[in-house]
Design a protein around this ligand. Structure first.
Ligand SMILES: Nc1ncnc2c1ncn2[C@@H]1O[C@H](COP(=O)(O)OP(=O)(O)OP(=O)(O)O)[C@@H](O)[C@H]1O
Ligand SMILES: [Mg+2]
Length: 311
């Protein structure tokens, strides 16, 4: 079983408009709403990979109930802590004329220490039956900035594997707790090192330092270039074929799902990387975020290359 943690759930609304202009009344041509938050994308992809998954985090108000109903419809198991405040909505406006997007991200609710403590109890309970845990995205206001460190400590003490995918200060801080795996993209890695990383060798060098310092799997995702993975077995580069990407949002989350499934199955690292690259590239081929077509995934599995670098 894999537990996915989404502390900052959102309802993602996509408005399609003909010609977006600020300060004017806009008629929305099409409007869709989906449960969002990076951890929920991870959850959806794990479910599509046919591995058992349970989603947790915080949801609140009617909007929170709406999210849970959508998860129920998809047959996704969940155990969220319910709070009174409303789950946030994030609005993405797609301009049909030029294909460009404008995003409005609500700040979301502010939680308190009591709600945080309820979540930690739930997390401990879920760990009893979960071999792998994923922690994704940002955290709500009012929650201690060290919550991910605490969750990683609890998971490690319980002998569970824990993957953390976050950015900014949360990523810098989590390095101290040595999760089983991190997956920064190039920008997130450069934010840690505070310098531009030009070559793959330079990126691998930084990843190696993090791995030697005690993070067993350091994966650096490189968009269409694939992923560089430094782990005990060596340094590996996984590459997708060149594809006609439709929507790359959620590719990182799909990659996390691929790694989580590989780790729970106890596969060899080459196999895990192959799955993670194939499923994340397959996600880029669909318009929906955190989704893929089985046929794309299977075809890509045959086309992905995984090479071990010479020592
Ligand atoms: N254009 C693309 N073509 C093929 N594969 C892609 C493409 N973009 C992304 N991928 C796959 O998805 C993986 C993760 O992508 P990326 O490095 O963009 O993650 P990210 O920036 O964390 O994404 P996000 O946080 O938006 O989900 C890549 O390592 C690659 O395997
Ligand atoms: Mg990402």
């Amino acid at each position: 079983m894999i537990t996915t943690v989404t502390l900052n759930v959102a309802i993602d609304k996509l408005y399609t408009v003909e010609d977006y202009k600020p300060y004017e009344v806009m008629r929305v041509k099409e409007c869709t709403a989906t449960p969002g938050g990076k951890g929920l994308n991870v959850t959806k992809v794990i479910q599509l990979l046919k591995e058992e998954v349970i989603a947790t985090g915080f949801v609140g108000g009617h909007a929170g109930d709406w999210v849970l109903e959508r998860l129920d419809e998809r047959g996704i198991s969940h155990q969220f802590v319910k709070v009174e405040a409303e789950t946030r909505t994030c609005i993405n406006i797609k301009d049909l004329l030029n294909g460009r997007h404008t995003e409005f991200l609500e700040p979301g609710f502010t939680l308190n220490a009591h709600e945080e403590a309820r979540f930690i109890e739930k997390f401990k309970e879920l760990l009893k039956t979960s071999e792998v845990v994923t922690l994704s995205g940002s955290i709500p206001k009012g929650i201690r900035a060290t919550i991910y460190n605490e969750l990683v400590d609890i998971a490690k003490k319980a002998g569970r594997k824990v993957i953390v995918d976050t950015s900014g200060n949360l990523l810098v801080e989590i390095l101290k707790s040595k999760p089983t795996m991190i997956k920064p993209n190039r920008d997130e890695l450069e934010a840690i090192t505070k310098k531009k990383l030009q070559s793959l060798e330079e990126i691998a060098g930084v990843a190696k330092e993090l791995q030697v310092a005690g993070i067993p799997i350091v994966a650096i995702s490189l968009g269409k270039e694939g992923v560089l993975v430094v782990c005990e077995e060596g340094t590996y580069q996984g590459k997708p074929p060149v594809i006609e990407a439709v929507n790359t949002v959620g590719c990182g989350d799909s990659m996390i799902a691929g790694f989580a499934v590989g780790l729970v199955k106890g596969e060899a690292i080459e196999e895990i990387i192959k799955r993670a690259v194939a499923v994340s590239a397959a996600n880029a081929l669909t318009a929906a975020t955190g989704s893929f077509e089985q046929a794309d995934y299977e075809r890509l599995l045959d086309q992905v290359t995984v090479k071990r670098w010479a020592d």
